[in-house]
Ligand binder design. Structure first.
Ligand code: SF4
Length: 361
């Protein structure tokens, strides 16, 4: 598996909680930025300007739906994905129309991921989102009408003044809107954001946030979405292939400022700086090699878990008696499972994954 990630570092305005690398921009994505992405694809091309032929192509951001369909088509053509590749575009509900969605589909995008976040307009305004719940509903409907059979929706949990009613209304909005995949995240207050400088009132504490997460896992299962990763849930056959490749330690190339890559076990990234990226060939920064610790960490994000046989075979790492005793204690406490040689975390275990990893690594 080879995944290609194209970062689109532009947004109409910055949301109050967001620390992704993106800047507010007027108008759409400059053609100079699309030129720069094509230039970098050429640089990684195995031979001249032969396409990279990824198995998955992911437009992330930022707000990739600020790309015009023509810009999107140009980037897809330049990448030359293999037949049957998964091609995902992240979109904000207020940026799309029936026409643009049909044109993205025509350009080759076959999976669209909407940042819906909440069904409460008061909450959306508080977060600095520029859409309403009604716009999210319409965008989901238009996506289906445009022929998207694979539609994902993002939801944020444990928001200020959060209630189970808000959570359930949001999950139902996504399910009724035909989402085949749902990503759910707990709000995290990041330092370099508006919320970081002035946290909102009525934030749920850690225990309440954990309860919302567990309630979401349960409600999503009732709605027919099986959990396959800490934050990701899908109807059968609709797991995200691009992100799954990250967690399976596959090769991926990320292009654009702050995008990270791992190719043949070597990791590297592009430093921040959109203007510099447009002007001159990117200067990739070495980020070390992928280690057995990374493998354990990534595999334990997945409900399919960590195969201890694979850990031994591919990384030469054998769990000693101390680690096995720790794993057994986690199983007794309902935080993990050990089935054959596969060790996996339960949703409760996933909530304390970091502490578990400290012991295991
Ligand atoms: S639209 Fe997305 S990337 Fe842009 S500021 Fe909001 S959360 Fe961040």
């Amino acid at each position: 598996m080879f995944g290609l990630y194209l970062h689109i570092p532009y947004c109409a305005a910055k949301c109050r909680y967001c620390d992704f690398y993106s800047a507010a921009c007027r108008g759409g994505v400059p053609d100079a930025y699309v030129d720069a992405l094509c230039r970098e694809m050429d640089r990684f091309s195995p031979c001249g300007s032969t396409p990279l032929r990824p198995d998955t192509l992911y437009f992330g951001g930022g707000t990739p739906s600020l790309l015009t369909p023509a810009q999107t088509a140009r980037l897809i053509d330049a990448a030359g994905p293999v037949p049957g590749a998964e091609i995902t575009l992240e979109a904000n509900p207020e940026t799309v129309s029936p026409q643009t969605l049909a044109a993205y589909r025509q350009a080759g995008v076959n999976r669209i991921s909407f940042g819906v976040q909440s069904a409460s307009d008061v909450q959306l305004a508080r977060l600095g989102r520029r859409h309403t719940a009604a716009q999210s509903r319409l965008a989901l409907q238009w996506a289906r009408e445009a022929g998207f059979e694979n539609v994902s929706g993002d939801v944020m949990l444990a928001l200020p003044g959060y209630t189970l009613d808000e959570m359930n209304a949001t999950l139902e909005l996504l399910a009724e809107g035909g989402c085949t995949h749902i990503s759910s995240y707990l709000l995290k207050i990041e330092p370099n954001t508006v919320f970081g400088r002035k946290p909102p009132e009525n934030l749920p504490d850690d225990d309440a946030a954990a309860d919302f997460y567990l309630a979401a896992v349960e409600r999503l299962a009732q709605l027919g979405y099986a959990q396959y990763e800490i934050s990701n849930f899908a109807r059968p056959g609709f797991e995200g292939r691009h992100n799954r490749n990250y967690w399976e330690c596959g090769d991926y190339l990320g292009l654009g400022p702050t995008a990270h890559s791992c190719m043949g076990g070597r990791r590297f990234y592009t430093p921040a700086g959109t203007a510099a990226f447009c002007r001159t060939p990117a200067d990739y920064t070495d980020d070390g090699t992928c280690t057995a610790e990374d493998f354990v960490m990534l595999q334990l994000r997945l409900t399919s878990g960590l195969s201890l046989a694979r850990l031994r075979r591919e990384w030469g790492v054998e769990w000693d008696a101390k680690k096995r005793a720790f794993a057994a204690r986690l199983c007794q406490n309902g935080l993990a499972r050990l089935e054959g040689d596969v060790f996996s975390l339960t949703p409760r275990g996933m909530l304390v994954q970091n502490s578990i990893l400290v012991e295991l690594l």
